[in-house]
Design a protein around this ligand. Structure first.
Ligand code: G4P
Length: 526
């Protein structure tokens, strides 16, 4: 379609995900961002955690209207001439492969860290997926209103555990009860937490020496002098601010703040929007790059959300737009099957008003109603574009279950169901190497629940699942395989492409194996 404003629209898009460990404050910061963008009117609307007060949410309205769960999956708002798309990465009990795959559909990521806890397990896992993509990563160190760890120590931990350079965009002036404000290195100003305690001004510009006017009462506080010294040290010993390294995900700009008291969040948002990239070209299977300004529409499916209500079998396929302009009712082709599809029943995630008819361009996400046509990784394209985007990676599962059909007479529907759910990317399938018993693997418990539910409701197959617990899955080259390598501390299995792998009991078992067979290379998926 000819859209004269395509370039301008694409350039205004900022599409990112927030990655964090549960409780670091992802929801709280998301709400603040939505408040700035005018997308919600009141905090506590994204997930009515404590009160269970879901009805307030604007997103629930969409859900009610569409009759399917899209709550918080994609949140869109406009801010300072940018259209911001935040893609939710479910954690806790909702953690699944979809969480990882969502990271394949964003152009940058924001990592939220609890200042008292530092880098936690889930943050690290999600970080590694983002790092491998080589996209920009921004860090927000949260909960400054509480006593946390020393800022320098936090930066050191970040560099050591995550192997990324850090550049502090601002520096806390005290924390907990003693939090006075932020020394904003990037914007050359001091941002006061309680301006009313001073002369009422919230933002105080720095002079050429990097100081605020000597007459300001803050200068009498010892913490202020200490911060000046720390900043001096950072300037001498720290890394230089490097936009190219940021673009490649080799340096992370670090912001401090407190999401709960809404301190430092707006500064973060505004600075982030300056450096976060607009959508870029996407790679195809045959190594072509498709420009986001390409006129014909294309996109790929990165997530399929099944409706858990048995009365509705429909699902939503989440499509990341990569080029062209989406228009309701447009005809596209599904690359894998060549089938023509009409995109009429589509959920868009609007900025201000759901009534507005908006176009979706590269960077935007559309939710396409699916009656079973789509699979994760599918490409859709318009007209003659005929592209197939790169396959989405598979992620090493960590949880495993043995699975059998309850009713032996119903093997056919059991196999059909498993086969289709595996194809769709809902679960991973393995078999024990010699005995061909079915093992399913997942990165999160939720995937098993969805699997069991859908087997029953969509394939009329009741399954028995026997937990095998956490395992470390490592692939080996078929030529390295000797069946005698299998022992009581590992299980020899094959994946659905018949590639051999070991499921190790724990790290000890993996190390023991590596020591015993030093020439066998153990590999993980992404
Ligand atoms: P998550 O989505 O990353 O899991 O975290 P969420 O925002 O739900 O925040 C987890 C807890 O941390 C919440 O408290 C929240 O109020 C608190 N929190 C978030 N940001 C800050 C901050 O800047 N400072 C302080 N002091 N606390 C913060 P909760 O009591 O567990 O939950 P709730 O019942 O109050 O929602």
């Amino acid at each position: 379609m000819n859209n004269p404003n395509l370039k301008e629209q694409v350039d205004s898009r900022r599409t990112f995900a927030i990655i964090s460990h549960p409780d670091a404050g992802k929801t709280t910061i998301t709400e603040q961002l939505l408040l700035f963008g005018g997308a919600i009117r009141q905090a506590g609307t994204v997930k009515g955690k404590k009160t269970g007060n879901f009805a307030k949410s604007d997103w629930m309205e969409i859900e009610k209207q569409r009759g399917i769960s899209v709550t918080s999956s994609v949140m869109q708002f406009d801010y300072q001439n940018k259209r911001v798309n935040i893609l939710d990465t479910p954690g806790h009990e909702d953690f699944s492969e979809d969480t990882y795959r969502t990271l394949m559909a964003v152009d940058s990521a924001v990592m939220v860290i609890d200042s008292a806890k530092g880098i936690e397990a889930q943050t690290k896992k999600l970080f590694q997926v983002v790092k491998r993509r080589g996209i920009p990563i921004f860090t927000f160190i949260n909960k400054l209103d509480r006593d946390g760890r020393e800022p320098l120590e936090l930066l050191e931990e970040l560099e050591e555990l995550l192997d990324i350079e850090s550049y502090p965009m601002n520096w806390p002036i005290g924390m907990g009860k003693g939090m006075e404000g932020l020394y904003d290195i990037y914007n050359n100003r001091v941002e006061l937490y309680r301006p009313e305690n001073y002369d009422g001004e919230r933002l105080i510009p720095l002079d050429e020496n990097g100081e605020i006017p000597a007459s300001h009462p803050l200068t009498e506080q010892s913490i202020y002098t200490q911060v000046l010294e720390e900043v001096e040290l950072l300037k001498e010993a720290g890394d230089e601010f490097d936009t190219e390294k940021i673009a490649r995900g080799e340096q992370t700009p670090v912001f401090f703040g407190s999401a709960l008291t809404n301190f430092g969040v707006q500064t973060f948002l505004e600075t982030f929007l300056q450096f976060a990239p607009a959508p870029y070209a996407h790679k195809t299977m045959d190594d072509q790059m498709i420009s986001p300004y390409e006129e014909e529409f294309s996109g790929f499916v990165f997530k399929i959300q099944a409706n858990m209500n048995p009365a509705h079998r429909d699902r939503i396929a989440f499509v990341r737009v990569c080029s062209g302009t989406f228009e309701r009712g447009m005809d596209v082709a599904l690359e894998r099957t060549g089938k023509k599809m009409k995109l009429s029943n589509v959920t868009q995630f609007m900025a201000d008003s759901r009534e507005n008819v908006q176009e979706a361009v590269a960077g935007d996400i559309i939710g396409v109603y699916d009656t079973g046509n789509y699979q994760i990784g599918d490409t859709l394209y318009e007209g003659k574009l005929k592209v197939a985007y790169e396959e989405l990676p598979s992620f090493t599962p960590e949880l495993f279950m043995k699975v059998t059909a309850k009713n032996v007479m119903k093997q056919k529907s059991f196999h059909k169901g498993i086969y289709q759910l595996v194809q769709e990317g809902a679960i991973q399938l393995y078999k024990t190497y010699l005995t061909d018993e079915y093992i399913i693997g997942a990165v999160g418990q939720l995937q098993f629940e969805v699997f069991q539910h859908r087997m029953l409701n969509e394939y009329n197959s009741e399954v028995i699942m026997t937990p095998m617990g956490n395992k470390i899955a490592r692939w080996i080259e078929p030529e390295d395989l000797d069946e005698r390598m299998s022992s009581s501390r590992n299980i020899l299995a094959k994946d659905r492409f018949d590639q051999p792998l070991f499921l190790f009991e724990n790290q000890f078992a993996e190390r023991w194996f590596a020591d015993k067979y030093p020439n066998v290379k153990l590999k993980s998926l992404m």
